[in-house]
Design a protein around this ligand. Structure first.
Ligand code: ATP
Ligand code: MG
Length: 257
């Protein structure tokens, strides 16, 4: 269900690493229970936007920013909310599945244990629910105590999504979540992303225009640190306004053929 409620707003946001100005006057608004697809060439700033939304650059002494990122009505850089609570509410899935060197079960309870969200006796139920939501339960239910690295890469990516779901995030960001996967695993993750929209708001970075067409509601095209164009998916792809957008769509189509 798409409502008009804005869960995340990025307002006149700029970011620098040292002298390098990598995000330039970014403005974005995310509606609750929607999927925003971010596309753009390599080095354009897609990952950096996500890292800023999760405050993953805070420990980098060369990082500077100005502007605002408002999550659920609060500025994430001004709020007293601890960073681990922000990351509980805004989860991130990386291009290469980031499983911890633990068992499948150990991965699944990691956030639950650290954030003390529930009693230990409730862990198994929460783990099962999240694994089922990520369509992984049947494949792992008899091997929960095996090393997570023994899973296939596609299963590892679904484990990362299931692990993110255990802590009830409001937003899940995915940075090229299927670029390391085969077509079957890609289809499984895309199906999962579309299902998750009922529960969470999603941001998905992709180099694959066809994937953006399949899953996104709203598309943002970023180039050289700037949002060149953004809009509702069908309008964006059928009637792009800017020459740069037209060129990029044409170029990526040629690359795929
Ligand atoms: N920690 C950092 N220190 C210095 N420069 C950085 C840092 N992180 C990113 N950059 C620079 O910021 C720019 C944007 O990088 P970013 O990783 O966001 O691009 P991207 O759009 O995700 O590219 P790709 O599609 O290749 O993943 C690049 O020029 C990159 O070199
Ligand atoms: Mg990137």
């Amino acid at each position: 269900m798409v409502t008009n409620m804005k869960i995340l707003q990025v307002i006149n946001f700029n970011a620098w690493f040292g002298e390098s100005h990598v995000l330039k006057d970014i403005n974005l608004e995310l509606e609750e229970n929607s999927i925003t697809g971010i596309i753009g060439p390599s080095g354009s700033g897609k990952t950096t936007i996500m890292r800023c939304l999760n405050r993953l650059n805070d420990s980098n002494s060369t990082y500077k920013y100005d502007g605002k990122i408002i999550f659920d009505g609060e500025d994430i850089y001004e709020t007293k909310m601890p960073v681990h609570h922000l990351r509980q509410q805004i989860g991130m899935i990386f291009q290469v599945p980031c499983v911890f060197p633990k068992s499948i079960y150990g991965n699944m309870i990691f956030g639950l244990k650290n954030l003390k969200l529930m009693k230990k006796s409730e862990f198994p139920g929460a783990v099962e629910k999240a694994l089922k939501a990520a369509h992984l339960f049947d494949e792992v239910k008899d091997r929960l105590h095996e090393d997570a690295k023994t899973l296939s890469v596609g299963q590892q990516q679904r484990l990362c999504i299931a692990r993110a779901l255990t802590v009830n995030p409001r937003v899940i960001m995915m940075d090229e979540p299927t670029s390391a996967l085969d077509p079957k695993s890609t289809t499984a993750i895309e199906k999962l992303i579309l299902e998750l929209k009922d529960k969470v708001t999603l941001i998905v970075v992709t180099h694959n225009i066809e994937q953006a067409k399949r899953i996104a509601d709203h598309v943002v095209f970023i180039c050289d640190g700037r949002v060149v164009e953004q809009g509702e998916k069908n309008e964006f792809f059928t009637n792009p306004k800017k020459e740069e957008t037209k060129e990029y769509i044409k170029w990526t189509r040629c690359e795929c053929e």
